[in-house]
Design a protein around this ligand. Structure first.
Ligand code: PBG
Length: 322
């Protein structure tokens, strides 16, 4: 049946009816808040390019996490900025590493907050690349060792999930094996499986002090033009034992999220990255858009595209609305 018998506007006529027929509902369960931790005490450095986000020390991070938990945030993703960096990122594998300290403090103070730790070397290397350098490029297989050590160390500190973001080949398998050997058989891995070499990460690199000191990440992160290759990345990670696969960034890659969702039977995550967040904040500051409505629309569209989990800096602002 077509018009005039069929009128799609009938189901849009009142708010209650629109609520009844809404296909995608954003909830508190969907969201993860990324946070940055650095050494020191009482540190609360606002990240200029990411308004409302801070580099915290362990004490202020713990306070902030209590507030977030009380406001309805159930899960956070932790990034560390270490006191000192080295050539290979070994500093990230120490018992007293900055993220390890944060995990121990948070597990004591806010035991029900679910803790995910990003696993990567770029915040920990002097050159800012995601692994160990050999002849001016990141050596894949040498990097698997530091990544696996980092994952085990975070597990020992008590993290609930690890999320490798480095894009080395074989890192999910290597990490799974290392974790299993050390008795962490039940620790899930959320792999940044489809991670593009994106200009949307700009503000994050200020936040995490992790910009590459030379060149770029195009020999390990994906070419934004590639969709078929994304399926190969996802497939390999699933075969290696990834429990959750992630697409990153989110907004310019909604087509990829949908395709990953349709092709794989594991939960899918999407990272609404720093540049996506900062564009909204900048436009809101100028009064050009309605921030709250735009944020809801963006997060809902990421969920509609097929994402079960959304990592977003908007989480802290939007959680009370949900
Ligand atoms: C580390 C990492 C990055 C992001 C998450 N993990 C930066 C990068 O790959 O350069 C980006 C997150 C964001 O932009 O919000 N490799």
């Amino acid at each position: 049946m077509a018009f005039p018998q069929t009128r799609l506007r009938r189901l849009r006529s009142t708010p209650v009816l629109r609520d009844l027929v809404r296909e995608t509902k954003l909830t508190r369960d969907d969201l993860v808040m990324p946070l940055f931790v650095r050494p020191g005490k009482k540190v609360r450095n606002e990240i200029v390019s990411m308004p409302g986000n801070f580099q915290f020390s362990v004490d202020t991070l713990t306070q902030r996490c209590q507030e977030l938990y009380d406001s309805g945030v159930k899960s956070v993703l932790l990034f560390g900025i270490p006191e000192e960096k080295d050539a290979t990122g070994e500093v990230a594998c120490q018992h007293n590493g900055i993220v390890q300290q944060a995990i121990r403090s948070l597990k004591k103070a806010v035991p029900d907050l679910y803790l995910i730790a990003d696993v990567c070397n770029c915040e920990y290397t002097t050159h800012g690349h995601c692994g160990t350098l050999l002849d001016g490029d990141v050596d894949n297989d040498a990097t698997l060792v530091t990544l696996s050590n980092q994952a085990v160390s975070l597990a020992e500190a008590g993290v609930d999930m690890v999320a490798p973001s480095d894009m080395m080949d074989g890192r999910v398998g290597a990490m799974r094996e290392a974790l299993d050997e050390r008795g962490f058989k039940n620790l899930p891995i959320m792999a940044y499986s489809v991670k593009y070499a994106s200009a949307f990460y700009g503000p994050f690199r200020d936040a995490a002090e992790s910009a590459p000191q030379f060149g770029d990440r195009r020999t390990y992160q994906m070419d934004p033009a590639n969709r078929i290759e994304a399926m190969r990345e996802a497939e390999l990670d699933v075969l290696e034992g990834a429990d959750i696969i992630m697409v990153k960034p989110a907004l310019s890659y909604l087509d990829v999220i949908r395709e990953v969702k349709n092709n794989f039977d594991v939960p899918v995550a999407a990272y609404n990255v720093s540049g996506e967040f900062s564009m909204v904040k900048a436009a809101a500051e100028k009064g050009w858009i309605n921030e709250q409505q735009l944020t809801k629309e963006i997060l809902t569209s990421i969920k509609r595209a097929g994402s079960d989990i959304i990592l977003s800096y908007h989480t802290q602002d939007i959680i009370k609305e949900l």
